[in-house]
Design a protein around this ligand. Structure first.
Ligand SMILES: Nc1ncnc2c1ncn2[C@@H]1O[C@H](COP(=O)(O)OP(=O)(O)OP(=O)(O)O)[C@@H](O)[C@H]1O
Ligand SMILES: [Mg+2]
Length: 497
């Protein structure tokens, strides 16, 4: 037992209407990567937030090096050597890299009254050096890429000299190369005696890096697995509680009788994307593949009306549209699920119903008065249909697990009867089972004549889901392939050609 650095004993936690954790016990050993898996809403983040002092458990104990500790708040957790990279990054956008890394522990001169900037930069640089990354120290973190922001978040955890690091879905928005970089950081950390709790829905990567796997289901610990003698199927079986067949949808898009729904001609925005042309057909799923920085998000947010193009045009059903605002995009039948869920898609302090009906509230009003009965019955319909895990439509959306939040956002656009759905990384943070449900849902939507633009950094996912794949790189369209005649390798080589 000597090498156990942390022990969690019989932890339970309830939220109104939800038993998030039920009597969960686990250990973490020195130098170990202990992976935590489970479906959306299984309780993974709740458990980690308890260890980090964000929530207090209603029952159970935590021991560090065999000594019981009370972790009442994050500051205590940090002093005890626990660091976290939360599921949703929580950096201060307008503060610099340096300020974010050292937030709350800034070195001062003259009796704590004046920040010692020289020391601050030196310290921040030292931590980044230790991680092995170079990031601009003086620019606001909002101008960094997601991967870089993630590194700043790790640097912040390490600034406190953490011995235990919690990584809650750290790779969800990273590319293959960035993920490798993260694994190097992790490797470095554990070989120096650090220990890690690691949450991810990417089961392959768990098999690759974990030393031990704990499966949570509905707040219960159901199984501990050894990554060296388990399989992805077995992991999923314990996560879901039954055998799951991964269903592949047959692709049979009929390009003979195609009907153009969206046409984009020579669309350009300086420093974002250049001379982009493509067509989207009725009932088709068009994938857009590319590395981070390819300009995919910039392109689709321009089509939706977040930004204006500097050149080129967009036509919907043959008619030119100039979207100056997002509501014009919505009016013309576009629904948009953005990549940055928390920042751009959610109204955190509103409940599920309000979040869902936001763009279509007019459908439920009569002379300015909302017909709540009608609204709620439609919302409840979607909660059932999309299998959103919640005690009630009244739950604040910020209290839902990440995957369930995404289902609410998807429901929003289905309710809005969007004819063109733009989905930017829609399965990020979604568990395998729910992913399968979403793929099938998209397929059903196309059968109803809805057209979908599907962006994902997981190339295999784009190939599996889309009928046709547009390949972008550094703001340009580099090629187009039919998905049943291509491979990951071909797409990568076209992107980089
Ligand atoms: N602050 C809160 N108030 C109410 N309910 C909450 C709160 N936080 C979490 N829950 C509920 O607790 C359960 C567990 O949520 P948790 O976020 O731990 O899941 P998760 O395993 O991390 O899922 P995901 O893979 O989607 O991130 C869910 O049903 C969630 O809705
Ligand atoms: Mg979570």
């Amino acid at each position: 037992m000597n090498n156990v650095v942390m022990e969690i004993k019989n932890i339970s936690k309830s939220f109104p209407g939800v038993k998030a954790l039920n009597n969960v016990s686990m250990t973490l050993k020195k130098g170990e990567i202990h992976a935590l898996i489970g479906e959306n809403g299984a309780g993974k983040s709740t458990l980690m937030n308890i260890i980090f002092g964000m929530f207090s458990p209603e029952d159970g104990k935590i021991y560090l090096s065999n000594k019981e500790v009370k972790i009442d708040n994050p500051l205590t957790a940090q002093t005890l050597g626990i660091g976290i990279v939360p599921q949703e990054l929580n950096l201060v956008p307008f503060l610099s890299t340096t300020e974010n890394i050292l937030l709350g522990m800034e070195p001062c001169k003259i009796e704590k009254y004046i920040l010692d900037w020289k020391k601050m930069r030196g310290r921040a640089e030292g931590i980044l050096d230790k991680i092995g990354e170079k990031i601009e120290l003086n620019i606001p973190v909002k101008d960094l890429s997601v991967a870089q922001q993630q590194i700043v978040q790790i640097a912040r955890a390490l600034a406190f000299d953490a011995k235990i690091l919690i990584l809650d879905e750290p790779t969800a928005s990273l590319t293959i190369k960035e993920t490798e970089m993260l694994f190097n950081i992790i490797d470095n950390f554990t070989s120096n005696g650090g220990s890690i709790f690691y949450i991810s829905h990417r089961l392959e990567e768990i098999l690759e890096i974990a030393d031990r796997i704990t499966v949570l289901r509905d707040g219960n610990k159901v199984k501990e697995l050894n990554p060296h003698n388990t399989t992805k199927d077995e992991m999923v079986k314990y996560m879901v509680g039954r055998d799951v067949k991964t269903m592949k949808t047959e692709k049979c898009f009929d390009y003979e009788n195609k009907e153009r729904v969206l046409e984009v001609d020579n669309l350009s925005r300086k420093n974002e994307f250049n001379n982009i042309s493509f067509k989207l057909y009725k009932g088709e799923i068009l994938g857009i593949a590319g590395l981070v920085g390819a300009g995919r998000t910039e392109l689709v947010s321009c089509i939706f009306g977040v930004t204006k193009p500097q050149d080129g045009e967009v036509r919907i059903n043959g008619k030119r549209v100039d979207h100056n605002h997002t509501w014009e995009g919505i009016k013309n039948g576009i629904g948009y699920v953005p990549e940055e869920r928390r920042e751009l898609a959610l109204f955190p302090i509103l409940n599920i119903a309000e979040n869902m009906t936001m763009p279509v509230i007019n459908n439920f009003t009569n002379k300015g008065i909302i017909n709540k009965v009608k609204e709620i019955s439609v919302v409840e319909d979607y909660i059932n249909k999309m299998r959103i895990k919640t005690p009630s439509y009244k739950q604040l959306i910020r209290n839902l697990s990440g995957g369930n939040q995404q289902k609410v956002i998807l429901s929003r656009w289905m309710m809005a009867e969007s004819k063109i759905l733009i989905l930017d990384e829609p399965t990020r943070g979604i568990d395998v089972n729910a992913k399968g449900e979403i793929y099938q849902l998209l397929h059903r939507l196309t059968e109803e004549g809805i057209s979908i633009i599907f962006i994902s950094s997981e190339i295999q996912e784009v190939i599996d889901v889309a009928d046709r794949v547009l390949i972008m790189h550094e703001g340009l369209v580099k090629g187009e392939v039919e998905s049943n005649k291509t491979s990951q390798e071909e797409i990568m080589s076209i992107a980089l050609s």
